[in-house]
Design a protein around this ligand. Structure first.
Ligand SMILES: *Cc1c(COP(=O)(O)O)cnc(C)c1O
Length: 487
């Protein structure tokens, strides 16, 4: 308690040279607010302290705390993260990183006025929905297309437009929840459509759908179960079976594809999921998918299908609340334009990551190891070699080794599919892996890696150009700071 009286007054704090310096950069009110928070925190610490502290030391710690807080806020909370997890579409890490063309287009359109809603040929008012429609038609073969905020919004718009107050038939095996609490039954309720469940969790037949059809039926709905797999004794109705039932009964079929793929470039084992083109060809009336999953673009919900249904959706008032802006549309257009190029895999980062085979990943991991070796050459670091498994870490702080890894597609796609990859294993000595991981996570940029037993694993599949050098510098810094002092 003796220390509390020594806390300087707000006026005195604000008069300090360093705080005056902050006021030249930031609004006065913000600095004062920050100072109050800092004082309150220090007051709480001092209250629980028995030993006496010098007044000067109290003032210094208040000033430092204010500066730290201001610097931290100034960085913003949204930060760059290096993805060392090998999960290509990591929802917590922002899903697909954008390609150069998307970014260039977004920058040009974002910083200027543009023809978002103007037809430059006639000078009349145009529609924002016209912009990527032509490209989506070309790429998917669909009659018409519409883009909204995300796929959840797309599903909502389709159901509200075509099925509000009526019935939608869906298989019990597809009543999915997708990360972030997107539950088909809940969305259905919100849209005002009545869910008619048919079949069982593991088996649903065409006859289950046909028996449920009546005058109130508005849609046959199929959700791609992209984030889980029911394996074993199962039966699902294929999209073409559903389409032929729908055509016979005059009821449209809506497919929520989730992670829509628009490329034929994927390695064979990733082709088992149907592409958007294939679903259009099968005659599906309406298909929706995300812009930032397998497509590799910005967050968006893309709806493609028969013109008469898309036109109905364009007239729905709800669309106004779900519409995308110039920034998203330009990023999406830039991404879609890449799919017209002869080598989309070069322009779409996640495409490149998904295609890479294990040999390529091993070579990338060797290069990464060499970068680490070079950066840490004067530090006690041991490089292990697969051909000489026995080793003694001795006094070394870190043991490094190239290892084979299994990577994942992520984003709720290909739940059981492993991508054979590679990376570098880091075994820190005399440091808790917990603390090392926390330090790297709180670095700038942050690094998120994998962990296995007491080792850190950095997969190279999800590293972007230049990440390796930054990681090496971060690890150097970490080792220097935890090195035992000699004297
Ligand atoms: C991911 C996913 C969604 C939600 O898409 P968002 O773009 O994240 O809104 C909906 N349905 C399925 C099947 C999905 O996989």
């Amino acid at each position: 308690m003796i220390n509390l009286k020594k806390i300087p007054s707000m006026d005195e704090i604000l008069m300090q040279e360093e705080i005056q310096g902050l006021m030249e950069r930031y609004k006065r009110d913000y600095v004062v607010d920050t100072a109050r928070t800092a004082v309150a925190e220090i007051r709480a610490i001092l209250r629980n302290m028995n030993s006496e502290i010098e007044q000067k030391a109290i003032l210094t710690s208040i000033i430092n705390s204010i500066k730290l807080k201001a610097e931290k806020t100034d960085k913003g909370t949204l930060q760059r993260v290096i993805n060392g997890t090998g999960v290509v579409l990591h929802t917590n890490l922002g899903r697909a990183p954008l390609g150069t063309r998307a970014l260039r287009h977004m920058n040009e359109i974002g910083r200027s006025y543009n023809n978002l809603e103007m037809d430059l040929e006639t000078g009349e008012r145009g529609s924002r929905y016209s912009h990527v429609e032509d490209l989506l038609q070309k790429l998917t073969g669909a009659e018409a297309a519409l883009v909204v905020n995300n796929n959840a919004a797309a599903v909502m718009l389709v159901l509200t437009t075509l099925a509000a107050g009526r019935e939608v038939i869906v298989s019990r095996g597809q009543l999915v929840e997708i990360g972030g609490a997107f539950r088909i039954p809940e969305v259905m309720k919100l849209s005002g459509a009545k869910l008619i469940e048919v079949g069982t969790t593991n088996k649903t037949y065409v006859s289950d759908y046909s028996q449920a059809i009546n005058e109130a039926t508005a849609l046959l709905f199929s959700a791609h179960t992209s984030n889980y797999q029911i394996i074993g004794f199962t039966a699902e109705v294929s999209i073409s079976e559903l389409v032929s039932l729908g055509q016979k009964q005059g009821i449209p079929v809506f497919l929520d594809l989730g992670s829509g793929i628009i490329t034929s470039l994927l390695p064979n084992d990733l082709k088992k999921e149907p592409s958007v083109q294939e679903c259009v060809q099968a005659g599906t009336d309406i298909i929706s998918f995300s812009g930032d999953k397998m497509l590799g673009g910005p967050q968006a919900g893309i709806i493609v299908g028969k013109r008469k249904y898309i036109e109905q959706m364009k007239k729905n008032q709800l669309l106004r609340a779900l519409r995308v802006d110039k920034v998203i549309l330009s990023a999406l257009e830039g991404t879609l334009l890449e799919y017209l190029s002869a080598h989309p895999e070069e322009g779409i980062p996640i495409n490149k990551m998904l295609i890479a085979g294990q040999e390529e990943m091993k070579a990338k991991a060797e290069t990464f190891l060499n970068i680490l070796k070079e950066e840490l050459r004067d530090l006690p670091v041991l490089i292990r070699n697969e051909s000489s498994p026995a080793y003694n870490a001795g006094e070394n702080m870190l043991v490094l080794q190239v290892v084979a890894l299994e990577d994942m597609v992520g984003g709720g796609a290909y739940p059981n599919h492993k991508l054979p990859g590679a990376g570098v294993e880091l075994e820190f000595k005399g440091m808790s892996l917990e603390q090392v991981a926390a330090k790297l996570r709180q670095g700038s940029p942050a690094l998120i890696a994998r962990r296995q037993d007491n080792k850190m694993l950095i997969s190279v599949r999800t590293l972007l150009a230049g990440d390796e050098l930054e990681i090496a510098a971060m690890i150097r810094d970490l080792l220097l700071k935890s090195q035992p002092k000699d004297n």
